[in-house]
Design a binder for this molecule. Structure first.
Ligand code: FAD
Length: 521
């Protein structure tokens, strides 16, 4: 406010953040740096990122969920450039193999939508009604393939892809399978070009302000001291600031999600480029298969209580499509989250804030949510406790629904063929999840909070596909005339198939629109 506007009163002291220090340069660090360049453009805030080449990054994380498109849009990154520069392919679904029982295969589509042209274009009304009707059929003992009613699942099954804008009348979501280390590299260029200062070095010490325990500065091994107003902890599993220094405890969820190791290995691509990630259940965990343009990413996520590393490595290598391009790399983790992701003047983003195993490809999404929430709530140097509370509540809620969605896949299984699967089938699950599953099984209702990102249909599809079949359906379903609903359901199924049959193959789409240069692998 200037003098004329406030009648000569003294201007309020400027409490804007003057300097933000990001510690860590993995996907989390560079995504944060890039987004803060945009968000603090007008504030004249200095941005510094410290990373250590000596320590390196975790370097896996290849499958994503649709909101990553919004993040790229926020940064002004165009889709073609993104796909070409990260060797990306498109992702419509996750294929679950052997989860319910051995030999059972289904898709979790990235959405459950089909057509907007139904009911005079009001898909929001008609499609949920069709799904309710399908539930009623299931209650009456009809065996349904929900795949037929989903554009994503049907296109994935036929190995086809088109941009939704070309698939007339339809609405469907998609994401990418990409090389996350190339993405981080590109974001580094993006951020440095916009003024982020990168400092190479290993943090040796963290200095706290004696009066309030806020972080004052970090000291590098070289002796360099870096001070700042806000510190973002992107140091990965080390959690150097939030954990080691500020002692925020970690909530361990491994009793619900017992996998604590992964072996990751890329292999040469063989066969067609599929528009989906595959998750195949194994004796003590599951194996991922993520096809990129230049290679295929693979990994065995397993519980060290139920299988040893050598056996897991043998199993992984025996189940690759093509020649392994490296030896398997072991990663250790504990599923869970920090009790608080933001404390004082430190926000943890990425693996330092917590980790949920990668079954639903949600870690990069959690990074994105953390960043965008921070950007929306950007504090000043007063660090209002209200802002911190709002942030922690939102991110904690997100961690919990992702956790429950994943736990459901392990728990709702018929498998009892190994000790691992017996454990998962009979373990106790979080209360909210138990309630959700019982509600669906007994009454056909999907219980969701208004704030939940995952809405009813993904839960319904996933639970039904995992073998949770409702015993009754919501009475409101009978309001719809059976004949009308049968016709609507057939229209949806036929419309989905017709549209998918007009799509090019995934490979053709990429060849015409966003082929990445061949690289030696
Ligand atoms: P890191 O990559 O570990 O980076 C940490 C940074 O901190 C590095 O730059 C390091 O140099 C720096 N650092 C640490 N200590 C110091 C220090 N003392 N001084 C200076 N610098 C320091 N996510 C998905 O979305 N999809 C997936 O399919 C997926 N698959 C995954 C599979 C596995 C097995 C695992 C473990 C993770 C997977 N993820 C996935 C998660 C994804 O890999 C991570 O979320 C992502 O890489 C972010 O990591 P990060 O930046 O938090 O940490």
């Amino acid at each position: 406010m200037n003098e004329t506007m406030n009648g000569g009163a003294e201007a309020a002291p400027d409490k804007h953040l003057r300097k933000i220090v990001i510690v860590g340069g993995g996907s989390a660090g560079w995504m944060t740096a890039a987004a803060l360049c945009v968000a603090t453009k007008r504030e004249n805030c200095q941005l510094v990122l410290v990373e250590s080449d000596q320590i390196g990054t975790i370097g896996v994380g290849e499958s994503t969920v649709p909101p990553i498109k919004d993040f790229n849009w926020f940064l002004g990154i165009n889709e073609k450039d993104f796909v070409v520069s990260t060797q990306a392919s498109f992702k419509l679904a996750i294929q679950y193999v052997d989860w319910t029982r051995i030999g059972h295969v289904y898709f979790n589509p990235l959405e459950g939508l089909g057509f907007s042209e139904l009911a005079g274009g009001n898909a929001d009304l008609t499609i949920p009604a069709v799904y309710q009707y399908l539930l009623k059929l299931a209650v009456h003992g009809h065996s349904l393939d929900l795949k037929d009613y989903s554009m994503c699942s049907t296109a994935a099954g036929y190995n086809r892809f088109d941009h939704p804008k070309n698939a007339q009348g339809s609405t469907f979501a998609y994401a990418y399978q990409f090389d996350a280390s190339l993405y981080a590299k590109n974001l580094r260029l993006y951020a440095e070009h916009r003024g982020v200062e990168r400092i190479e070095g290993k943090v040796a010490d963290v200095v706290l302000r004696p009066e309030d325990g806020f972080i004052d500065s970090i000291i590098l091994q070289s002796g360099q001291r870096i001070d700042g107003d806000l510190f973002i902890d992107c140091t990965g599993f080390r959690a150097l600031l939030i954990g080691e220094t500020l002692k925020i405890p970690y909530e361990d969820w491994s009793h619900w999600l017992p996998c604590d190791r992964a072996l990751a290995v890329p292999c040469r691509s063989t066969g067609p480029l599929l528009p989906y990630t595959r998750a195949t259940a194994r004796e003590a965990g599951w194996q991922w298969r993520i096809p990129l343009q230049h290679r295929t990413g693979n990994g065995y996520v397993f519980s060290s209580k139920f299988i040893d590393e050598q056996k897991a490595a043998d199993r992984l290598l025996a189940n690759l499509d093509g020649e392994a391009l490296d030896s398997p790399r072991l990663l250790k983790f504990t599923t869970g989250r920090r009790k608080e992701m933001w404390t004082k003047n430190c926000v943890a983003i990425g693996l330092s804030s917590g980790f949920i195993e990668p079954l639903e490809s949600t870690s990069i999404h959690l990074i994105q949510e953390g960043i965008m929430r921070l950007v929306k709530l950007l504090p000043d140097r007063d660090f209002s406790p209200l802002i911190i509370r709002e942030y922690n509540g939102h991110i904690a809620g997100l961690f919990e629904w992702i956790r429950d969605f994943i736990v459901m896949h392990y728990h709702a299984t018929e498998r009892e063929d190994t000790e691992f699967w017996r454990y998962c089938k009979y373990m106790s699950v979080p209360d909210k999840l138990r309630f959700r599953m019982e509600m669906f099984r007994k009454h056909g209702h999907i219980s969701i909070d208004p704030s939940e990102g995952f809405r009813a249909r993904p839960w319904m599809t996933a639970m039904y596909n995992q073998g949770v079949v409702p015993q009754s359906y919501p009475p409101l379903t009978d309001m719809f005339d059976d004949h009308v609903m049968r016709t609507e359901a057939a229209k949806l199924r036929e419309g989905v198939l017709r549209t998918v049959q007009q799509m090019p193959s995934h490979e053709e789409y990429i060849a015409h629109n966003c082929k990445a240069p061949a690289v030696a692998v």
